[in-house]
Design a protein around this ligand. Structure first.
Ligand SMILES: Cc1cc2nc3c(=O)[nH]c(=O)nc-3n(C[C@H](O)[C@H](O)[C@H](O)COP(=O)(O)O)c2cc1C
Length: 427
């Protein structure tokens, strides 16, 4: 088996990387970002124990496809046997298995995975060693910075020596995860790149293709990973330009392309589709509130397409990514960084409060919290709307109240375990 740089070259020396994202880096989104410049994608985090114990979880969450390569499957867990078992369940369909040492949420503390394992380095090292010895594909790891550069360096060197073929470094610490997550420290990533022998992927704070290239230049990393920026603008790596025609891709066009990709590569649930559209069409949905209502009650692919068509017709004010008239105020990713917009701030805070309350998770990373809070708020409203519809239908059909039914019928595939918090993982 090829390792480290030989492995990296064998998968085409990727430069632009789509991050692992719970409920957001599903197959369709990965395929869309590939079409628009991503060279490598990660699956969402797969909870190792659930992979082995809950077949519905495995079937729903692990969605490989022969065209979806190169791809790294990200695993979370602390028991080497359990994590190896999960790795062996996925290794034939992926290029590498990645270990999540970056999740800062309370739920990861409870489940003893993610960034909390950075404080149990022996456990992290033994996970890497076990996979490096027994898995059929290389093992990689995604870490956050530790409070000092020396500590980060020592840990990364240990992971490398244990057999990690690639390291992804998110340039923030576990503590940078509440209201002020702050800017990532690219200089710390540069120092790690300088010292490590394996390829490093730099992660954190990428809002445009220029940022991505600046990050590569400043850190010397082999590749750069984007998460939130890419969620809003899946064409971030191609600077909003269509890779074959060169046509400028605005947000409406990107949303339409995403829906087309969901049709071709079905695996996303209705909630996932809704959440993606919310980010891509953020300012349009806020300005034209009737389209927001349409999105809330959308259930089928035709419904989702209707929202995009309506916004296209309305010619909404777009953020204009990668243009001279880029407007951060109209952007989902940037809105929380724009101090001069109290309304958006208040909305973000309200959405976060709503999400945190529902989840009971005070430790959540603001990035994840925002994404979750918004989709939680949307889901809540969608549930109410669906309930209203059901009541109306029952009344019409003259049937008694009280029958059950789900609001979020998946757009394409069943979502039996979605939304159920199972032993320390928000599925
Ligand atoms: C919706 C969402 C889900 C995420 N899920 C994961 C995950 O499953 N595994 C992981 O290692 N990081 C996860 N992250 C963190 C990102 O991969 C990334 O490290 C972080 O957002 C910083 O990158 P950015 O500044 O480009 O957003 C998630 C982030 C978001 C916004």
């Amino acid at each position: 088996m090829l390792r480290s740089w030989d492995f990296w070259r064998s998968i085409g020396s990727p430069k632009y990387v789509c991050a692992p994202m719970v409920e957001q880096s599903e197959l369709a989104f990965r395929m869309l970002t590939r079409q628009l410049g991503a060279d490598l994608c990660y699956t969402p985090m797969l909870h190792a124990r659930l992979m082995g114990e809950v077949p519905e979880y495995h079937d729903k969450i692990f969605d490989p496809h022969p065209q979806d390569r190169p791809v790294f499957a990200q695993l979370a867990g602390h028991d080497p046997k359990v994590v190896l078992n999960a790795a062996q369940m996925v290794e034939d369909a992926v290029d590498a298995v990645d270990l999540n040492f970056g999740c800062p949420q309370g739920i990861a503390r409870k489940g003893r995975y993610g960034a909390f394992l950075l404080e149990e380095p022996d456990v992290a090292v033994s996970l890497v060693e076990t996979l490096a010895q027994h898995a059929k594909v290389p093992v990689t790891a995604k870490v956050r910075l530790l409070p000092s550069l020396e500590a980060s360096m020592e840990l990364c060197l240990r992971l490398q020596d244990a057999g990690a073929s690639v390291l992804c470094v998110h340039g923030r610490t576990r503590q940078q995860n509440k209201q002020s997550s702050g800017a990532p420290d690219w200089s710390a990533i540069a120092a790690l790149v300088e010292r490590l022998d394996v390829p490093v992927i730099a992660n954190g704070g990428i809002g445009s293709r220029d940022d991505a290239d600046r990050c590569l230049a400043e850190t010397g990393a082999a590749a750069v990973m984007s998460s939130e920026g890419l969620l809003e603008c899946p064409a971030l790596f191609s600077a909003s330009s269509h890779p074959t025609t060169g046509q400028y891709l605005d947000q409406t066009e990107l949303a339409a392309m995403y829906l087309e990709t969901v049709r071709r590569f079905p695996s996303a649930s209705g909630a996932e589709v809704r959440s993606h559209l919310f980010k891509m069409l953020y300012a349009g949905l806020r300005t034209h509130t009737q389209t927001r209502d349409m999105l809330l009650t959308a259930e089928t692919m035709d419904d989702f397409g209707g929202v995009v068509d309506e916004l296209r017709r309305l010619e909404w004010e777009q953020p204009g990514f990668h243009t001279d008239h880029f407007s951060p105020h109209a952007s989902w990713y940037w809105r929380h960084r724009v101090e001069a917009e109290p309304t958006a701030e208040a909305e973000a805070r309200a959405a976060s409060a709503e999400g945190a309350e529902g989840r009971g998770d005070a430790e959540e990373d603001p990035a994840v919290a925002r994404a979750r809070a918004e989709s939680d708020a949307l889901q809540k409203r969608a549930r109410r709307a669906a309930e209203k519809r059901r009541r109306r239908t029952r009344r019409k059909a003259g049937r008694a109240e009280g029958q059950s039914g789900g609001w979020s019928r998946p757009a394409v595939k069943g979502a039996a375990v979605k939304g159920a918090a199972v032993d320390g993982v928000a599925t």
